[in-house]
Design a protein around this ligand. Structure first.
Ligand SMILES: [Zn+2]
Ligand SMILES: [Zn+2]
Length: 192
């Protein structure tokens, strides 16, 4: 059976997939940073939903596999602190978020709104920044999911398989750090 968890960037250069058996938590994040990432890449019309939400499948990096265009993998950070945000350098399609180091294995794979194959949404996070009112839910479930995946991966040693970091805990491409001006320009408009 073909794995339904396939991804293709907008221009078709990059392909990646998430293992069909990979455990994960399907969340929607409305935070201003996730919106800023899509807006900076100028892909917010495709990748944010009407409420400004980003659909994410939180899983382990070891379950992500690139099958084409890996050399176009690019990364940015909205500032000197915070997540590394990975995207397709060819066309700006978002790929996902990781922590700035690989020690706590975490990958938040970004889905297109409504993308099938990842089960129901079980968490609505950071809803204060949503464009329309959304009730926050499932935050504990998301945190518990993260820890319940990370601990066995640490014990088994499988966390070292990570397509985003070299064995020396260095990102495989150096993330561009946005200037304050770039970050402010990408901020979602305030207020509803
Ligand atoms: Zn592309
Ligand atoms: Zn977010």
């Amino acid at each position: 059976m073909t794995n339904p968890r396939q991804f293709l960037c907008t221009c078709g250069t990059m392909r990646w997939e998430i293992a069909q058996t990979a455990p994960g938590t399907h969340v929607e994040c409305y935070c201003a940073d996730c919106q800023s990432f899509a807006r900076h890449l100028k892909v917010d019309a495709i990748w944010l939903d009407a409420k400004g939400g980003t659909e994410i499948f939180q899983t382990l990096p070891q379950h992500i596999r690139f099958t084409a265009g890996y050399d176009r993998l690019s990364a940015l950070r909205l500032g000197p602190k915070g997540l590394i945000r990975w995207y397709a350098g060819c066309c700006g399609a978002p790929i996902g978020n990781s922590l700035p180091h690989m020690g706590l294995p975490f990958f938040g794979a970004i889905l297109k709104p409504g993308q099938p194959g990842f089960g129901p949404l079980v968490c609505h996070a950071n809803t204060a920044a949503a464009r329309q009112p959304v009730a926050q839910s499932g935050m504990f479930r998301a945190l518990f999911g993260l820890l319940s995946r990370a601990l066995p991966a640490k014990i088994a040693g499988s966390w070292r398989r990570n397509p985003f970091f070299s064995n020396r805990n260095t990102p495989v491409v150096r993330p561009e750090i946005l200037t304050l001006g770039q970050r402010n320009a990408a901020r979602p408009p305030q207020g509803r």
